[in-house]
Structures are given as C-alpha cells and as structure tokens.
Ligand binder design. Sequence first.
Ligand SMILES: [Zn+2]
Ligand SMILES: [Zn+2]
Length: 234
Amino acid sequence: MLLSKVNYRLFFNQNCSLCKCYPACIDGLCEGCHADLPWTLFACSICGLSRCHPSQPCIACQKQHFAFDQTIAALEYRFPLISLLPSIKQRHSLHHLRWLAKLLATRIKDLDTTLPDALLPVPMHTVDQLRRGYNQAAVLADELGKNTAIKVMHTRLCKVKRTHHQHDLNADQRRANLSGAFSLRGKLPKHVAIVDDVMTTGSTLHEIASLLKQHGVERVDAWVIARTPQRDHD
Ligand SMILES: [Zn+2]
Ligand SMILES: [Zn+2]
C-alpha cells in the first residue's frame, strides 16, 4: 500500500527548521536555507576566525597562545544566528539546537579530524541554570553526542563563581572575571572537546582549556555552533 502524503512526511522527511518549506533535505534545512547560512570558510585552525589561508594558525594565534588546540565553528555569528541563538536562551526554542548540532556534527565529520574521547559542555553556575531551567551548551552537547557517538560528561566541569558578561569587559577585566570561575571533578580522558553555542572572545574556552591542561588533559578542542567574526583577539 502506498503511503499517504502525511505518512510519507512523517517517515522520510520534515519541514525546513527555518523557513518551514518542504522538504528539509540537509540536516533539518531546505537547500536554500542551508546554502544561505553564514558558513565559516578558510578559518584559522586554532581560533576559528575566518582568514585567507585555510586551516593554518592566523598571525594573531602565532603571537598569542590559546590553551585550546583547535576550534571548530560551523558558522559565523551573523544573521540568522544573531537572532536565533539568543532566542534559544531567552524563549526556550531549544528545538533549534537539534538541527544546529547536526550541522556542526556534519562539519566535524567532513574535516576528518581526530575525534575527542569526551564532550564537556561549558557549565552555567547553579543559580543561573535554575533561573533559566536548562543549560543550552549541555543540550547542544547531548545532541552532538547522539550525532557523533562520543560520550558527554556533564558533571566533570563545574562553574563555581558567577561572572559578568564578557563582552562588557576589557581583556584584563575578562581575565579577572573568569579567574577561579571553573573547577573539575573526577578523571578526564586525554583528549576532550569543550562545547558551547557561541565563541566570542575565546576567553571562557581559554580559561577552561587551561584548567583541563593543568589536570593532565593533553588535547582540548573547542566545538561551537558559531564564531563571532572579529579582527582583534582579546
Ligand atoms: Zn528553508
Ligand atoms: Zn587564529
């Protein structure tokens, strides 16, 4: 018996997660929306900023040492991410993380890089997480874990100090703000990836990567959906 149109959609495909047209044929999006996303092309392998030369450390990264070894960002933090990602935090539109995680997982697989042994979501302070009701980085890490078959460690990394928003601060203030903000519990594998939705200055990921390396982790990758395009490092 032929499947009805409704059943066909249920079993084989879905509507595009952005424009709602049918069908969503690539990672939950239609071809047009997928092609129009602000893809990161020719990004620096360490800081993830778009550069002229693909996969090589940029001049800034050759001068300044980030504690993480590699950044994989699927997209640049521009339209539609600039409205979509805050909406995930503010309006609980968590379903968007599903297709965004698929898209990032596809990018990671395409890069043919050595995969980490565990994923560590950037934690929120308990008070902030209770207020919001969830940590979007943890939800993203779970979706990435499903797509890559890598285990997610939710309790190894904790945020023990409440911090101010980084973008309001200068470089010295950012360092002071993050100092002592995170702590580790239990054993960790030698190669991990820290997972977050957006990488802006890289300060938070640097702070966490420094802590991980002080505790014996040998390689730390940063996996983010989007990277803020900018010329200067903090
Ligand atoms: Zn679409
Ligand atoms: Zn760089």
